[in-house]
Design a protein around this ligand. Sequence first.
Ligand code: AMP
Length: 484
Amino acid sequence: MSFKNSWKDECGVFGIWNHPEAAQLTYLGLYAIQHRGQESAGIVSLDTSASKQLQKIYKGLGLVPDVFNETILKNLTGSAAIGHVRYATTGDNLIANAQPLSSNLLSGPVALAHNGNIVNASILREALQREGAIFQGTNDTEILLHLLARNPSKHLMTALKESLQDLTGAYSLVILAHDRLIAARDPLGFRPLVLGQIKKSMSISYVVTSETCALDLIGATYVREIEPGEILEISSEGLISTKLPTAITVSPRKSAQCVFEHVYFSRPDSVVFGKSVYNSRKMFGEQLALESPVDADIVIPVPDSGVPSAIGYSQKSGIPFEFGIIRNHYIGRTFIQPGQSVRDIGVKIKLNPQPEVLKGKRVIVIDDSLVRGTTSQNIIRLIRQAGASEVHLRIASPPTTGPCYYGVDTPQKSQLIASHQSLEDIRQFIGADTLAYLSDAGMWKALKSGPETFCAACFNGDYPTSLKGVEIKKTQEFSPTKAY
Ligand code: AMP
């Protein structure tokens, strides 16, 4: 049984402007954000040395180091490039869906890389198909390419600003045109997107990417986030920032940044939405220790995503931290393997409990989230087999009760155990002596923020946009351009 719906994409994006090794740095950047998608990778470079600016593209299915090699990267010449990593759905990991997507528009060649999900994608796709558009793949990003192509404006920026207004949902975009790199984030800023720079004597290279860990790797310094609703143009003339009109929201809010990026999805060494992910997770653990203490001998994480929260729990409770489960790092995240049977086997090959640590111990196990409950059930069984006398599960986020429509791969509601079972039912199902989740209030306290800034629909059901989708519209004006 597939865990995925066809419109769900977890992705990472990267773009660089004005660097002699643009493709090589894009490769490294994608390597750093590989956790955001493991099924396809691609790079488009822009070679402006030729009389006609040339876009060169290479993409393939698989992990970044499997898709690219030195020869391929050498052929991706030019001083600007964008790249993409994608996790696709079962039966959907077609090369046609691999990004960046590129095309020749009236305004010239353009390539797009997108992270997020467009809620009104099926409505837009159908409308475009009725007008004669032919789609190569099934991803949302192709819709934007068609919207750009059918826009009568010869100016990419005008076409882009108008086309983005047709989209409802989540998009963090990097776009490479013949004369500029563009970064754009939807008006609610669901998915992360940051700006960095590399300064060398007189020249500055600009970088835009999903997470700051990619900046760290290539020696770029973090400048700021691309703001929700911002379109940032980077060209030889410098940086120009424009704002999209405010989103059509169900409830008025400043932004809807995805809280699950802090719970699970982002790397802990990234700064996401202006906050250290490591710190957020540690604070979730501290808060959990205050809310749900239990007498025990050791605190152990489910590696790797539970580690910072387990450290927080241990430090706050004074109960020693141990690595009671060792992870095999040479297989992917089991959750990311398609198909239920494969995933169950995955838990066993991935995580090995250590009897030396666990035997006769009362153990507190910390995981970042509990979705369907099968991972916890398997882990608890293995911990008991290794000789633990008691197993207390603590989850460093609230119960996951709703699917995500904005780009995190959560299963449909019927598969989310907390959407239809009580705490006691879940405890029995997973086989723990006690079970507790972080409270909603505790999560906000740890983040020093709240639902007016973050989207936590997977935990509280408060979806920040219409879910029905919105028809193509062309009405709103843009705020004046500000240069800096
Ligand atoms: P389960 O409860 O068996 O469905 O899986 C929960 C586990 O999956 C937790 O250990 C999380 O670390 C992990 N997890 C939660 N959400 C995701 C996601 N969107 N993609 C991959 N892994 C996830």
